[in-house]
Design a protein around this ligand. Structure first.
Ligand SMILES: N[C@@H](CCC(=O)N[C@@H](CS)C(=O)NCC(=O)O)C(=O)O
Length: 267
């Protein structure tokens, strides 16, 4: 199997700051997979270029390409990585812990990811859009195919952190982190004592708060187990390879500015 793996050409189409890309890079590095980077600039809208839409019809990152096969959807990509490559198993063996891992992952797919998108759109993306001609921004938002998503984007562009959608999204993220803190009171990692795909999946969303300068939500003693877990996962070799080395200084500056707007909304 290992020899077979070495012959596979693995390419990840991704973006440095994107949460779902971080999640997949973590799984690749935890498994020790050798992969090639095809990075897309989301601000320049490279993910909407016709060439990219051929590999990912939804025009989102990440996409994993293995030889001539394409895999989309970050949670499915991570399961594939765990199944296809040797290296440490990233799903627990115990049935209950497997169910727990899947529950953490499903919550991200069902709401946490889009809540994080709302926070980012209302602050970082809005700051970029504010520097462009208003008509061009509105014309671009009008091209969003899904009517609900289009209305949300309009609202976030117009009202930023004061948009009606913002508070619920922030609560979704804070609730997830509160649940993580509770679980981590009795286990080392999210699904049990072993590091799993659940930890790869949750980390980017917690990290987004750190990048926004909002780490006081755990470092002030209110979520001590989450704080301990974050330090543990950041000490793993995969963190430097999958997350830290990709962080562009300019983007981090934008996230820190965004955090200042969000700080006012936190208790
Ligand atoms: N369900 C998809 C979500 C992918 C997604 O939302 N990717 C974001 C970055 S984290 C993206 O490409 N956003 C650009 C856009 O929607 O225009 C997955 O998990 O892969």
């Amino acid at each position: 199997r290992i020899e077979e793996e070495h012959r596979m050409a693995v390419t990840l189409h991704h973006n440095a700051m994107s949460t779902c890309s971080q999640k997949v890079r973590l799984a690749l590095e935890e498994k020790g997979v050798v992969w090639t980077s095809a990075e897309l600039n989301l601000i320049a809208r490279e993910h909407k270029a016709p060439e990219y839409l051929k590999v990912n019809a939804n025009g989102v990152v990440p996409t994993l390409q293995v030889d001539d096969q394409i895999i989309t959807e970050s949670s499915i990509i991570n399961e594939y990585i765990n199944d296809a490559f040797s290296g440490a198993a990233l799903m627990p063996v115990n049935a209950l812990e497997r169910a727990r891992a899947r529950s953490w992952i499903k919550q991200v797919d069902d709401g946490v990811h889009s809540a994080c998108g709302i926070l980012t759109y209302a602050t970082v993306m809005r700051a970029v859009m504010m520097s462009l001609p208003r008509d061009a921004v509105l014309a671009d938002i009008a091209k969003t195919p899904d009517p609900h998503a289009r209305a949300v984007r309009e609202s976030l562009f117009e009202h930023g952190v004061d948009a009606a959608e913002f508070g619920g999204a922030l609560d979704t993220l804070l609730d997830y982190m509160a649940a993580m803190n509770n679980a981590l009171a009795s286990t080392i990692c999210l699904a049990g004592d072993g590091f799993s795909l659940a930890d790869c999946c949750a980390l980017p969303y917690v990290l987004r708060f750190e990048h926004m300068g909002l780490s006081r939500i755990w470092s002030d003693g209110r979520r001590p187990h989450l704080h301990r877990w974050l330090r543990d996962v950041q000490a793993r070799p995969s963190f430097e390879l999958a997350v830290d080395k990709w962080m562009p200084a300019q983007a981090l500056g934008m996230f820190a500015m965004a955090g200042e707007q969000i700080a006012a909304k936190l208790n």
